[in-house]
Design a protein. Structure first.
Length: 317
């Protein structure tokens, strides 16, 4: 059995003040990408259930080092969660193989997506009596982003034809609502070669304070900047159309000047929309055509400060 495990970007991400329980309330719009890992499951009679992780040929070295210990991978956490509720699966061990394309610590949800895809694939493999809604409940035990990846996955059973774009709030795992937001635009995702600590990002945001936006304002602006019917957007001093609705952007750009420079370069190159995904470290930009996105890659990859970065061309699907 094989199943895709897609990446995501945040089309907007609003972070509120830290609550008494230590969590921050979020409002976000997730978008599922064509960029994806692949998870395979095969029977392993006579052995313990296990996970093997392999990598695409150009997978960043820094990420490979973080994923060496497969036993602590969140895919195994998904298997253990199901085994705790359905002990009979212990009698049918499996070998899982995860082929990595999505960089880790990048704000693209790779680990959360892997956890969700493992829940879906193992439920199907073992024919467990779990509905899409029940999978969503289990997913929340593994991480805040994992329910989104259940909701948007075509094989989860949560929706017959799930939208690639979803609104969420709370910790990012509640009030999931699919949105009719058709974004047929190519995008460029750039991994800078290092992860960003989510814990550090929240601490920096607490110190500096974040920008708060209403859901209605955000969605109005999203429709404007991403549709061909309108060009409602923020403009910089050069009059370039660009929009960056991410509470983490300023604090992360202040800490990592390379990311600020990368973002500014994309804006000057004509990006329709450019910002961080999640708390970083990836910066992405949405363009008007495949040719434009390819031209950004060609331009950036020969600039000395950006030559060693990893570039992914993808789209929302």
């Amino acid at each position: 059995m094989r199943i895709s495990s897609p990446a995501k970007i945040n089309l907007f991400l609003e972070v509120g003040e830290r609550r008494s329980d230590g969590f921050h309330p979020l409002r976000t719009v997730f978008a599922r990408l064509a960029l994806a890992d692949t998870l395979s499951i095969a029977p392993a009679p006579g052995a313990a259930s296990s996970l093997q992780v392999d990598f695409n040929h150009d997978y960043p070295l820094s990420c490979r080092k973080q994923l060496r210990d497969s036993d602590t991978n969140i895919v195994m956490d998904s298997w253990r969660l199901l085994a705790s509720r359905f002990p009979s699966i212990l009698e049918r061990p499996v070998k899982m193989t995860l082929h990595k394309m999505i960089p880790c610590g990048a704000g693209l949800g790779g680990g959360s997506s892997n956890a969700a895809s493992a829940l879906i694939a193992l439920t199907r493999y073992y024919r467990l009596p779990l509905s899409g809604a029940r999978l969503l409940d289990l997913a929340a035990k593994l991480g805040s982003d994992v329910p989104f990846f259940i909701a948007c996955h075509p094989r989860s059973g949560y929706r017959k034809t799930p939208s690639p774009v979803w609104y969420a709030q709370g910790k990012g795992d509640s009030d999931l609502k699919d949105l009719v937001l058709h974004i047929k635009k190519p995008l460029l995702i750039i991994y800078p070669g290092f992860p960003v600590s989510t814990k550090m990002a929240y601490a920096a945001l607490d110190f500096q304070g974040g920008l708060l936006l209403t859901k209605e304002t955000v969605l109005h602006k999203l429709y404007g900047i991403l549709s061909d019917r309108s060009h409602i957007a923020f403009s910089n001093s050069r009059g370039r159309r660009c929009m960056a609705l991410n509470s983490f952007a300023d604090v992360i750009f202040n800490r990592y000047p390379l990311l600020r420079c990368l973002h500014a370069t994309l804006v000057l190159a004509g990006a329709r929309f450019a910002t961080l995904s999640g708390s970083g470290s990836c910066v992405y930009a949405i363009g008007d055509s495949d040719e434009q996105v390819r031209s950004w890659t060609a331009m950036l990859s020969v600039m000395p400060q950006f030559r060693a970065l990893t570039y992914y061309m993808s789209h929302i699907t």
